[in-house]
Each structure stands twice: as C-alpha cells, then as structure tokens.
Design a protein around this ligand. Structure first.
Ligand code: PRP
Ligand code: URA
Length: 206
C-alpha cells in the first residue's frame, strides 16, 4: 500500500533539494532531515510490549519497542537517509545493499550486500530517496526476503507512478512511503520533475 507523508516541513525541505541551484551541503542536510521527519510518521505503528520499571518514586507499568529495527540503505543515495533516522532510533541496526542501474537497460546490478543476522524478527526499513522504475527497490526487497525478512517498509522520498506500480506488483505485502509522488519518468528513466541524480547530488560526484 502507498502512503504519502504530508507535512509542511517536509514539503519545504523537499523544495530545497529539488532546486537545481542547491549545493551538496544543503542537499545532504535537507535530505537527512526529510528522512528523520518521515521516520517519525512511519514508526507510528511500531509494536510495543508492556514492561514494569522502577522510577525514582515507585514502580510502574510502561511500554517499550518490542521489535528490533533494521535500516537498509540502497547504496549510494540511501546512505543520505540513515543519520536522520538513527537520530530518532539510535538502536537501529544498519545493513547495506549496493545496487546500480545500468544506464542503457535501467536494470539494477547488485555489487554488495551485508545484513544483520536477525532479519526475520525485525522491522526492516529499505531506504532510497528515489523510486523511479522500481527495479532497485524491488531487487533490494527480494534480497532481504531471501535472507528471512518478513516485515519490510520501503521508504523513499520522491517516487514515480511506474516505480510504485512495480513494487506493488512484485511485493504486495510491502508498504511504500513517499514524501512526493511525481508525474512520470523521462526517456532516460529520471523522475519528472524529480530532483536529478540523487547519488551525484548527495556526494558531489557531478
Ligand atoms: C538511483 C537511486 C536508486 C535508483 C532508482 O541509484 O538512488 O537506487 O537509481 O532507480 P530505479 O527505481 O529505476 O531502480 P543509481 O543506480 O543511480 O546508483 P547510485 O545511487 O550509486 O548513483
Ligand atoms: N535515480 C535518481 O537518482 N534520480 C532519478 O530521477 C531516477 C533514478
């Protein structure tokens, strides 16, 4: 299911990262902040369990998170979302998957994967700012399911309808979160209007 996260702060920061004049420093900072603001909304349904604790005054029953959280940024651009989320969830474990899109075929190629061992019990959040054809996200989710992940949330910032449709078809059990659903893909597979190449803008490689 697709969930659009709407908040004035997210909209404002998204306008900053969309602008072509925005440099690496501001792009990185605002992308990270958007990820943190999105995580606040996305984690609303995390399961809790009751615990009995002692305050300095008395004991009481309260609640704490009952499942571990694993963040899986898709390299490279997903890395820019990690710090914004770990500032809210410092105990989250972080796995990595490296995928790049072939410029001609737009098909993803996996070049790196390293995940925590306890994926089956965790809430796994796959991070990538861009959901274009959906090929990278779908391949990352497939790799995680192969290693036992069962509760997976896909967290992207800007998406195209084509990418949403692809992930919904390949992985109907995965919730998709976006800050913006844009118009379409151009003939090079870039999101329109989008924000350009997220990895290059984040790391200053172009
Ligand atoms: C970009 C982006 C996504 C992917 C989205 O990565 O960060 O991972 O493209 O496109 P898709 O939905 O069509 O698969 P890219 O392959 O450019 O690699 P990079 O992050 O290393 O620049
Ligand atoms: N990857 C990006 O970084 N940007 C797009 O618009 C599409 C894929």
């Amino acid at each position: 299911m697709l969930k659009l996260i709407n908040h004035p702060l997210i909209t404002h920061k998204l306008s900053i990262i969309r602008r072509k004049e925005t440099g690496t420093r501001d792009f990185r900072e605002n992308l990270s902040e958007i990820a943190g603001l999105m995580a606040y909304e996305i984690t609303r349904d995390l399961p809790l369990r009751d615990v009995i604790i002692d305050t300095p005054i008395s004991s009481c029953t309260t609640s704490e998170l009952s499942k571990g959280i694993v963040l899986v940024p898709i390299l490279r651009a997903g890395l820019g979302m990690v710090d914004g989320i770990t500032s809210l969830i410092p105990t989250a474990k972080v796995g990595h998957i490296g995928l790049y899109r072939d410029h001609e075929t737009l098909e993803p190629t996996e070049y790196y994967a390293k995940f925590p061992s306890d994926l089956s019990e965790a809430v796994v959040m796959v991070l990538d700012p861009m959901l274009a054809t959906g090929g990278s996200a779908s391949a990352a989710i497939k790799a995680l399911k192969k290693r036992g992940a069962t509760t997976i949330k896909l967290v992207c910032i800007v998406g195209a309808p084509e990418g949403v449709a692809r992930v919904e078809k390949d992985h109907p059990d995965v919730d998709i979160y976006l800050a913006a659903l844009d118009s379409h893909l151009n003939n090079k597979g870039y999101i329109v209007p989008g924000l350009g190449d997220a990895g290059d803008r984040l790391f200053g490689t172009r």
